[in-house]
Design a protein around this ligand. Structure first.
Ligand code: CO
Length: 157
């Protein structure tokens, strides 16, 4: 059972710039574990720390591909290419889905839970999820980028 609680829109915490992480301690590890559990419970593919009320540059992503669980601490997009337009949702906006344009490829520099820097390259849906979560860390919500909202039932079947 997850002790963290999801923050739903509207809430100022979702539109606030997050602070970089400087302490890679057990508290961070526990937060990451809790965020991942909450994301899975909520059937999400990504979750950012402000969505659990923590204004730090921390996100978890798992789109169910071979990359598995990805933990992004202090992530920065250092390269982006191409464009994809597709459906997007957010755990902080239940039942709201819109069409959003994102880069089709991103290269990101981030740190792991021990503070070790790493790079990740992503395409397609994973690239979309990563861009969505990094936006959260800067107080940017997907609704600012929606080209059009889907009608109820439009994404089913
Ligand atoms: Co979101």
């Amino acid at each position: 059972m997850s002790k963290l609680k999801l923050v739903y829109h509207p809430n100022d915490v979702l539109e606030t710039e997050c602070e970089p992480v400087t302490q890679f301690d057990n508290k961070l590890a526990k937060l990451l574990n809790g965020m991942y559990d909450l994301m899975l419970d909520a059937d999400g593919v990504g979750l950012a720390a402000p969505q659990v009320g923590v204004l730090k540059q921390i996100a978890v992503v798992d789109v169910g591909d071979r990359n598995g669980k990805i933990e992004l601490i202090n992530p920065v997009i250092i390269e982006k290419r191409g464009e994809q337009i597709g459906p997007e949702g957010c755990l902080s906006f239940p039942d709201l889905f819109g069409e959003v344009a994102r880069a089709d490829y991103v290269k990101v520099r981030a740190q792991n839970r021990r503070g070790k820097p790493f790079f990740i390259e992503a395409k397609g849906f994973l690239a979309r999820a990563i861009q969505h979560e990094i936006d959260h860390l800067h107080g940017v919500l997907f609704t600012e980028k929606v080209l059009r909202y889907y009608e109820e039932g439009e994404l089913e079947g």
